[in-house]
Design a protein around this ligand. Structure first.
Ligand code: CP
Length: 333
């Protein structure tokens, strides 16, 4: 699957080099060529990550997770270590002086001296922008409240292209996708929709499936921006009618209360008895909170574990582009 991406995407290293030294706060900072080059490099890492084992020698990652994480923190740190770099971690705000009132502005000033890149997760939407304004090193947004999760969206697109690499050569059949939940309050879905809008020709239909009582499924201007870029989005609460039409079901932790998500009820639960197409795949950024039954784990619908596995390779590619010397990772050198 990864090999098909390397073979199908022509290498254009200048798009990786254009990311060097840059921060990544929103998926909207990425363009089509940059995304494809990152995913191509991720696929090369997946095929043989040992080739890149010295690429971040002497580079230090400051891994600052002020909100809990299983996948994002561990895969970022694993990616960095696989590239020969070192990591310094904050796993709890309370272990820093932020806990007694130190400003993020001052913290940013300090960590600029300690490392070469910061990865930040915080439940506060503005933290990443405050830090970014006061850092002299790049920062990567690892999830800022309900706003965005740009590296997750790269991982999601990587999984979709591994599933259907023919899309890239124009020989693949367009597919229908349904995102479950309200993109106004789901950072992974918000960032994914932004990336999807760079590739509108991939999608025959895009459904957003959410409860009819949801007052504000999209943020202001979010829907019109996506539609202007060519995504044909339909909002509906008819999960039972739509599921049998979907090639890809993108689930979310719709009952994750700490993220402000509402529980949409049992109608939004998916298991092996749900009316899925035989060939349909299910993606989920995880963690799952009961909306995705483990009886799908041993079926061909389960692409959520393949999706999660891609996290290390996508983050290796991004780390090389932002903090490394991406030219050294190119095939032609
Ligand atoms: N997908 C994701 O962001 O998972 P974590 O919350 O475990 O990092």
């Amino acid at each position: 699957m990864a090999k098909a991406l390397v073979e199908t995407i022509p290498e254009r290293g200048r798009y990786l080099e254009s990311l060097t030294g840059k921060s990544l706060i929103s998926s909207s900072q990425l363009n089509r060529d940059g995304i494809l080059q990152l995913l191509r490099l991720a696929a090369r890492c997946e095929l043989d990550n040992r080739k890149f084992s010295c690429h971040l020698n002497n580079k230090i990652l400051i891994s600052a997770f002020f909100e809990s994480s299983t996948r994002t923190r561990l895969s970022f740190e694993s990616a960095w270590l696989r590239l020969g770099g070192c990591t310094v971690s904050i796993t709890d705000k309370g272990t820093t002086r932020i806990g007694v009132g130190e400003s993020l502005r001052d913290v940013a000033e300090m960590v600029s001296n300690y490392g070469d890149c910061v990865v930040l997760r915080d439940s506060c939407e503005d933290s990443v922008k405050i830090m970014s304004n006061n850092l002299s090193i790049p920062i990567i947004n690892a999830g800022n409240g309900i706003d965005e999760h740009p590296t997750q969206s790269l991982i999601d697109l990587y999984a979709l292209l591994k599933w259907n690499p023919n899309l890239l050569s124009g020989k693949g059949r367009k597919f229908s996708i349904g995102l479950i939940g309200a993109p106004a309050r789901m950072r992974a879905a918000r960032s994914l929709l932004i990336l999807m809008s760079c590739f509108p020709e991939f999608f025959s239909e895009v459904f957003v499936l959410c409860d009819e009582e949801e007052q504000e499924p999209f943020r202001q201007a979010q829907l019109s921006m996506l539609q202007e870029k060519g995504l044909k989005i339909r909002l509906t609460d008819k999960v039972g009618d739509i599921l049998p039409r979907l090639d890809v079901v993108y689930m979310n932790a719709i009952s994750l209360k700490t993220m402000g998500h509402r529980d949409f009820g049992s109608g939004y639960f998916i298991d092996n008895n749900s009316p899925l197409k035989k060939q349909a795949i299910v993606l989920h950024p995880l963690p799952r909170m009961g909306e995705l039954d483990s009886d799908l784990d041993d079926t061909s619908h389960n692409w959520y574990f393949i999706q999660a596995k891609g996290g290390v390779y996508v983050r290796m590619a991004l780390a090389m582009a932002i903090c490394g010397r991406p030219g050294e990772a190119l095939d032609i050198i």
